[in-house]
Design a protein around this ligand. Structure first.
Ligand code: NAP
Length: 246
């Protein structure tokens, strides 16, 4: 590991799953990483310790992304500790699968609050504060294209995230900041695996021509490309990292 690039990356929802893999990957690429989480303090601290032990640099930051004031405080902390932020990865998200007919208000509202308002909250701070030359990567989902039954509300939040990605890329003209989205397919994390019968997991695993589930590190590699030097000419795009499922 090296801290060669000296840049600072905020990764929301990085106490576990895809976000944790992104934090680890960016740390090994030389970023100082801010590991954001809402509830999983123990996991976030463990990950920060692992990164530090490996020679990387990481701190944790508790903030529920749906809380605009908490998000602003997290960016204040980053400014105070590191002098600014270069990369924002909007990874925090939840998924609740129900048909439109069976979705109650709380289920709808929670996905809007975290996936959509949460992404907006961090994008607004980043649009105001990110250092010139920075990068923003939003996590969408291949379900924004697959549109399977029961994914309606979740896919709608991710379609909205993709729309903000395209608009913000244009709004940041003149600051040399790119804004892209990575849209994973089925990936082996708690979000995907919890509550699904084995037959459903097996079916979704076989759908992609590469015939396996994505691993968090597969998605982290796509994010690292967009956040790193080789991704500099990619702007306003959605990269579906999914083994070819769509
Ligand atoms: N796994 C897939 O198949 C898949 C496919 C396509 C897209 N995605 C997207 O990829 C992203 C990561 O998903 P994952 O599969 O890694 O999920 P996961 O394993 O459930 O992890 C979600 C992370 O988000 C954090 N989080 C949840 N609510 C939060 C909030 N309000 N504020 C801050 N952090 C919060 C969680 O931390 P705490 O619980 O500690 O707060 C956790 O670290 C999501 O945006 C998801 O929609 C996943």
């Amino acid at each position: 590991m090296s801290n060669a690039n000296g840049k600072v990356a905020v990764v929301t929802g990085s106490s576990r799953g895809i976000g944790a893999a992104i934090a680890e990957r960016l740390a090994s690429d030389g970023f100082t990483v801010i590991i954001n989480y809402a509830g999983g303090a123990t996991e976030a601290e463990a990950l920060a310790g692992k990164i530090e032990q490996g020679g990387g640099r990481a701190v944790t930051a508790q903030a529920d992304v749906s809380d605009a004031a908490a998000v602003a405080r997290m960016f204040d902390m980053a400014d105070a500790a590191f002098g600014g932020v270069d990369v924002l990865v909007n990874n925090a998200g939840i998924m609740r699968l129900t048909s439109v007919a069976d979705t109650d208000d709380a289920t709808f509202d929670s996905q809007i609050a975290i996936n959509l308002k949460g992404t907006f909250n961090t994008l607004r701070e980043a649009a105001r504060r990110l250092r010139n030359g920075g990068r923003i990567v939003n996590l969408s989902s291949s379900q924004a294209g697959l549109l399977h039954p029961t994914y309606g509300i979740y896919a709608a939040t991710k379609a909205a995230v993709e729309a903000m990605t395209h608009v913000l890329a244009k709004e940041l003209r003149g600051r040399n900041i790119t804004v892209n989205a990575v849209a994973p397919g089925p990936t082996a994390t708690k979000l995907f695996l919890d509550g699904k019968p084995k037959e459903v997991i097996d079916h979704l695993t076989r759908l992609a021509p590469l015939e396996r589930l994505g691993q968090p590190a597969d998605v982290a590699a796509a994010v690292a490309f967009l956040a790193g030097p080789d991704g500099g000419w990619i702007n306003g795009q959605v990269l579906r990292a999914n083994g070819g499922i769509i």
